[in-house]
Design a binder for this molecule. Structure first.
Ligand code: OAD
Length: 230
């Protein structure tokens, strides 16, 4: 049976009510990456960085998965072959829709990380610079988010999955941020059929054999239906 590897980005959660990064009115229109999403920003002004992620955590806790998240959970459940789900998203909407083993390559809002000893634990809804690490006691706790300049999680396993893929699908991602933006080329060269499902052609659209444009809540269930043959 076909092995399917899927990469999702902010576009899949847009219709649930979470802002994307690069669309008009997106998060990077209101905040500079270098102020809130780098290790240097956290050293310079940890309160500002916590406020940014606290707001996102609070908002993410209020929203529900949409038809696209649910369709991917159904694909994982019904497809005879392996379905690997990699997301750049830090929300938990795939899990809320029933997906299992979601690879959060950019980390998760649900996690806290000690910058001193690297312990991880579930994040409270509101994090603060006064929180102490439950393991070493340092007041150096940060969101478990991969910031610019840091290495995304699980890359070795992800490259291997891409090499083994029969189908690679990128959903709701602009193709601006590496290494995720290189996945289509990597999988395509290794022999996978590559498909993008996005509102508009992504930055790396030429790396895909097939493009289906539209809202995720529409094009993803359609694509899943075709894969499952129903
Ligand atoms: P972007 O905001 O860069 O791109 C979102 C994509 O989703 C765009 O191409 C939109 O056209 C598309 N889109 C918007 N609404 C959609 C809808 N309803 N249905 C389908 N597609 C839709 O977000 P990402 O590509 O996920 O990293 O961004 C990648 C990374 O950049 C993020 O993980 C984050 C950010 O900086 C970090 O914070 C490390």
């Amino acid at each position: 049976m076909e092995k399917i590897v899927i990469l999702t980005g902010a576009g899949i959660s847009a219709e649930s009510g979470l802002a994307t990064f690069r669309d008009e009115g997106g998060l990077w229109a209101a905040h500079r990456i270098e102020d809130v999403a780098t290790p240097e920003a956290f050293e310079r002004d940890p309160d500002l960085v916590h406020r940014f992620y606290n707001a996102r955590r609070t908002q993410a806790a209020r929203v529900a998965p949409n038809a696209a998240h649910r369709a991917l959970a159904r694909l994982q459940e019904r497809h005879g072959g392996e379905v690997v789900l990699v997301t750049q998203n830090v929300d938990a909407l795939h899990e809320a829709a029933g997906s299992r083993a979601v690879m959060h390559m950019h980390g998760t809002l649900a996690g806290a990380l000690c910058a001193r000893c690297e312990a991880r634990w579930p994040a409270p809804l509101v994090m603060s610079t006064q929180d102490a690490c439950p393991v070493c006691g340092a007041k150096a706790t940060r969101p478990d988010i991969v910031w610019f300049g840091e290495m995304p999680h699980g890359m070795e396993a992800i490259w291997t999955h891409l090499e083994e893929a029969d189908v690679f699908a990128a959903i709701g991602t602009s193709g601006n941020v590496y290494p995720a933006a290189a996945f289509a080329q990597h999988a395509g060269r290794a022999g996978a059929h590559t498909i993008e499902l996005n509102l508009e052609a992504s930055y790396n659209t030429r790396d895909f054999a097939e493009t289906r444009l539209g809202r995720a809540s529409q094009v993803v269930p359609e694509w899943v239906g075709a894969v499952l043959g129903d």
